[in-house]
Design a protein around this ligand. Structure first.
Ligand SMILES: Cc1ncc(COP(=O)(O)O)c(C=O)c1O
Length: 395
């Protein structure tokens, strides 16, 4: 439609508050990946997640990568994740040579706990027969004792990591996943990249597992343009991750390194944007929820119902077939409106062709039939009218 601006899928909602916050950070002199805004942002994130510690980094992917490093994930590990997710959930484990196993979702789009139970049972039987579980070199721990690299734990336990994902802003079943992982001696972390501000059974997104990660990418519910965080109750993990994110520099006047780290810390300027966004989080959540309610009224097919306490980062409409999905996407494109298919399941990705998958049909059906609908915080009535003219009508 000529003359109309593109309506994006999930553009950042930023304005005067964020601009003023950036100016304040700039004027503070901390134009660097450290400073008072980073410290405050971390305090606020820990509070939001109901965790003791937060470590702010340059992206959600960097946060996951740091967690892989903390856990010591390498080619002797099996990493189990939902097949319906974004590749960043498993990319860092793949880079470290871990064996990836994918598990189907249920109709909510989140990992199916029963299938996860089955997958872990089957993996444990296999690992039990391999018996290559003992690290050859004892792990050295410096600083406070961590729940992750406790040698008494890793010496006898299979190296299995489950990464739960809070898909499209709806928390996965933390209670079920925690119990299942405990039963199978698997470690659990949560990829809450899309779920900032959501809750499940009264618990905030990011509050389960050894640690969880958030993303503050430009398309996320809270943005810093690009950024991420680890949230955890494990002090040792938080301290080590923070150090590793700063090239693992030792505390002394010269540059001393006992290990090689990364440059993953979040910029102080970007943290300032994040603080301004957190101040507005209740308003952002209200508007995203209103989008969902609007689609539920106006979309002819079904919309995926993510539960009461999702953050409604993304509203997903379900068509009857892949053909209908593609027809709707074509109408959106013609009207200058961005919409996308649901994540293509990981087990269908050429790069993961050799990986095992438990189930897969539910995720495939969601991919075939699902459309991520424009879900921006600042959708206007005029935007909605344009979207409505493209949607399959209820009448
Ligand atoms: C489920 C999921 N995990 C991880 C990420 C990675 O976050 P980032 O883009 O900040 O690296 C994203 C977002 O892009 C995501 O949607």
């Amino acid at each position: 439609m000529k003359g109309n601006k593109t309506i994006f899928l999930s553009p950042p909602s930023v304005g005067a508050r964020e601009r003023a916050a950036v100016k304040r950070a700039f004027d503070s002199g901390y134009v660097a990946p450290c400073g008072p805004q980073v410290d405050e942002f971390e305090r606020r994130l820990a509070e939001l997640a109901g965790r003791k510690y937060a470590v702010a980094v340059s992206s959600g992917t960097a946060a996951i990568d740091l967690l892989m490093e903390e856990l010591g994930v390498d080619s002797s590990w099996t990493v189990v994740a939902p097949t319906l997710t974004f590749i960043a959930t498993v990319g860092p484990a793949w880079h470290r040579g871990a064996r990836l196993v994918f598990v189907d979702c249920d109709e909510t789009g989140n990992i199916d706990p029963n299938l996860l139970d089955e997958a872990l049972g089957s993996i444990r039987v296999k690992l039990g027969s391999d018996r290559v579980l003992r690290p050859k070199i004892a792990l050295t721990i410096t600083g406070p004792k961590s729940t992750l690299k406790d040698p008494t734990q890793t010496l006898s336990d299979p190296k299995i990591l489950v990464i739960g994902v809070d898909l499209y802003g709806a928390c996965c079943d933390y209670k079920a996943l925690t119990a299942i992982c405990r039963r199978h001696s698997a470690k659990l972390i949560i990829d809450s990249a899309e779920a900032v501000g959501a809750t499940r059974d009264g618990r905030p997104a990011g509050s389960a597992g050894l640690a969880a990660v958030y993303s503050f990418n430009g398309n996320k519910i809270v943005t810093t343009s690009g950024g991420g965080a680890i949230v955890t109750d494990d002090r040792a993990l938080a301290e080590r991750a923070k150090k590793r994110a700063q090239q693992s520099r030792e505390r002394c006047t010269w540059y001393e390194h006992r290990e090689v780290g990364y440059n993953y810390r979040l910029s102080n300027i970007l943290a300032a944007i994040g603080i301004a966004q957190l101040d507005r989080l209740p308003q952002i959540l209200r508007r995203r929820k209103a989008n969902f309610a609007w689609y539920a009224r106006h979309f002819e097919g079904d919309v995926m119902v993510p539960g009461e306490c999702a953050n409604h980062w993304m509203t997903v409409g379900l068509l009857r077939s892949r053909r209908e999905r593609d027809a709707l996407l074509a109408r959106f494109a013609k009207a200058g409106i961005e919409a996308r298919p649901v994540w293509k399941p990981m087990h269908l990705q050429p790069v993961f062709a050799g990986c095992r998958v438990f189930g897969g049909e539910v995720a495939e059906a969601l991919f075939d039939r699902g459309v991520c609908l424009p879900s921006g915080t600042d959708l206007t009535p005029a935007d909605r009218r344009r979207i409505a003219s493209v949607l399959p009508s209820r009448s």
